[in-house]
Design a protein around this ligand. Structure first.
Ligand code: ADP
Ligand code: MG
Length: 417
């Protein structure tokens, strides 16, 4: 909670395009009207200047497009919290992804139970499942599921405590049981078997009884099938930096990242993810962070755009994020960026249209070529134009992604000579 609040307070305030405009527009119109009166002595022309100047179109240009876009996106399962988020999304050049639950399905399966002491497999699993009973982490679910599958007897646990990015601990039959990453070992050397399992891309959980390691659980998670296509689409959109930020161990993270062809930073605690984002921001990058877990929440708040996996993600992540993919599909991310860029194109067109209208209108009025009554009638023109142009955003974007189109082109086009 504290990390999330700090990150939110630190996020730089971006000023809206329209706000920057508004500060100088009204004084400008007043000056032109005054100059018209002083230079030409034509009171009617001066009145026409103030009437034809359409300041409300400047005020409308951005919000109407944003509103249309946000509403249409919500219907397609893309939640966007406001116009500032759209502006940042359209600008973004860096995408950082969490691993567990984001790049992977977040439905890990327990594959190995390795006792390290006199306790047998069933006993290790019984203690782990009891300690994990109240955790929302995908790995906790895997442990509970495996225990249920093997009909391991259920045990009561008290004093449950979870440390994001670390693991859980609880009191069982008067003993302290911890389950978590290699950090729970407090620097003790993991057994050789651990390395073999990690090389297979498995995530390891260490089970400790009163501080002594009594077992290792290995879980395997599968990468989301659309991950590769989504990354290709991000590249095609010109996103320069794509990296994985994970709390998992390097060997496990590398196995997946190598597969997907992107770099990974492993062994990160929640505040390390925040620092990684700050480093990119310090270099002038606009950062999108995509994550699902409680451990990602501070990073989501820190990013220029924090995006949560809506359905599979934890409510804490959803709360900290600025946008959400409600369908949990990675290929919705490039779609979200395309939507934002399209919205900004419409906004820019709206503003350009308003500027052109005002220049033409103000000129004609100042020269006395536009009587006030016509100026008044003309004044609603930009508003209507902006409404019509923004309404285009209510239609979903064309679904053919650039990368998909290129693939089919390659197949059908003759080989380059
Ligand atoms: P990621 O950043 O990939 O989503 P997390 O930061 O959530 O991963 O977790 C990092 C590591 O901490 C996990 O790989 C696991 O070893 C350990 N961990 C976190 N939460 C739990 C939990 N509830 N039970 C067991 N281990 C956990
Ligand atoms: Mg995660």
């Amino acid at each position: 909670m504290r990390l999330v609040e700090e990150a939110e307070a630190n996020r730089g305030r971006t000023q809206r395009l329209a706000d920057r405009f508004a500060t100088w527009y009204l004084p400008l119109v007043a000056a032109i009207a005054l100059a018209t009166y002083l230079l030409r002595g034509d009171l009617l022309a001066a009145v026409a200047v103030t009437v034809v100047a359409c300041s409300c179109a400047f005020a409308l240009a951005t919000p109407v497009a944003m509103l249309a876009s946000i509403g249409a996106a919500a219907k397609r399962g893309l939640l966007i919290r406001g116009g500032l988020v759209i502006e940042a999304l359209a600008r973004a050049d860096t995408v950082l992804l969490d691993k567990t639950g984001t790049l992977t399905l977040g439905e890990p399966e327990l594959t190995d139970v390795l006792p390290l002491s006199t306790l047998d497999e069933t006993e290790v699993l019984r203690l782990a499942a009891a300690a994990e009973r109240d955790s929302e982490h995908p790995l906790a679910q895997a442990v509970r599921h495996a225990a249920a599958e093997r009909s391991v007897p259920q045990t009561r646990a008290d004093a449950f405590e979870a440390t994001p990015g670390f693991g859980v601990s609880a009191t069982i039959d008067g003993h302290t049981v911890s389950v978590g990453s290699i950090r729970t070992l407090n620097g003790a050397q993991p057994p050789d078997a651990a390395e073999t399992l990690q090389g297979q891309g498995k995530t390891l959980l260490y089970v400790l009884l009163d501080g002594a390691a009594v077992g290792i659980l290995a879980a395997r998670d599968t990468a989301r099938t659309e991950a590769r296509a989504a990354l290709a689409a991000l590249h095609a959109l010109g996103i320069q930096n794509i990296e994985v930020l994970t709390g998992d161990q390097p060997a496990t993270a590398q196995a997946l990242a190598r597969d997907l062809g992107i770099p990974a930073h492993a062994g990160l605690l929640p505040h390390d993810k925040v620092d990684a984002i700050k480093r990119h921001q310090a270099c002038g990058h606009t950062v999108i962070m995509l994550g699902d877990g409680v451990n990602d929440a501070p990073a989501l708040a820190q990013a220029d755009v924090g995006i949560a996996m809506g359905a599979a993600g934890s409510p804490v992540a959803l709360q900290a994020a600025h946008a959400a993919l409600m369908t949990d599909q990675l290929d919705r991310l490039p779609e979200l960026i395309r939507t934002a860029r399209r919205t900004m194109r419409v906004v820019r067109f709206n503003i350009s249209f308003t500027i052109v209208y005002n220049i033409v209108g103000l000129t004609l009025a100042a020269l006395g070529l536009l009587p006030p009554i016509y100026a008044a009638a003309l004044q609603s023109l930009p508003d209507l134009g902006i409404m019509a142009n923004s309404a285009r955003l209510l239609r979903p974007p064309r679904t053919t992604a650039p990368y998909a189109r290129r693939d089919t082109e390659l197949q059908s086009a003759p080989a380059p000579s």
